[in-house]
Design a protein around this ligand. Sequence first.
Ligand SMILES: [Zn+2]
Length: 250
Amino acid sequence: MSGNINNGKNVMQNLTPSELFYIAGMGKLPNPAPHRCYYCGASCDDSFRTKDYVQETFTNRDVVLFPGSQFCCPGCVEAAGAGPDEMEMLDGTIRVRENLRGMQPRMYSWIITKGRRWAATKAHIAQLREFILNPPEPPFCVVLADSGQKQLLFRAAVAHDRDRFPVLLEDHRIMVDRVELSRALEAADLLAEAIGKPALLVPLTMSLWISCQEHHGTTDPMEAWGEWRNTETGKLAAWLAKTKGKTDGN
Ligand SMILES: [Zn+2]
């Protein structure tokens, strides 16, 4: 599936998210090896045994790529572990470890390119939006953690196209069309001003229509959001929408 990073473009196109994560952290890909990673299917050696690195409490055994594999790749091992002592956040700041658990990669959203990776929290919604609406040349990978509880990276997919690409929102993969998402975000932002971001995906009630009418003097934003509220793009737009009363995201 994948080999040395220097082998050319085809190799980069076949990277798993965990390999991209590892390259961005270590600056190199592990050497090609005969086994497949239990989680993501990347080629890997026998350094990390599944029995040592997959916790008994891991409940998503049905979605791993190679459930019969006895080995894990270093990217997946790192993603499931305690994390680095320092990491670059999406706003450019460096977060430094303060306690044992606070740096676990699963607790963060991730933006990964072939050379860098940034962690993000819900305080970085504005930066996450900016990246998704204006991504760099592929490959890149977007993982948005909602609960911070699940291992997400191995479920993601690497993007190979700037205009249409997969984004993992918690454990749900959404195919983004940038033009569509931009329209959905416009509708989401406008309505969130009136009813608040959390209400974008709840069942419609009369009081929401009244809030919209009172805030905007019309229910048009409610109607406009109706095009998106039950769509995959709408789910992502609701997650990325600006918070009521703030102009730059959460
Ligand atoms: Zn892996």
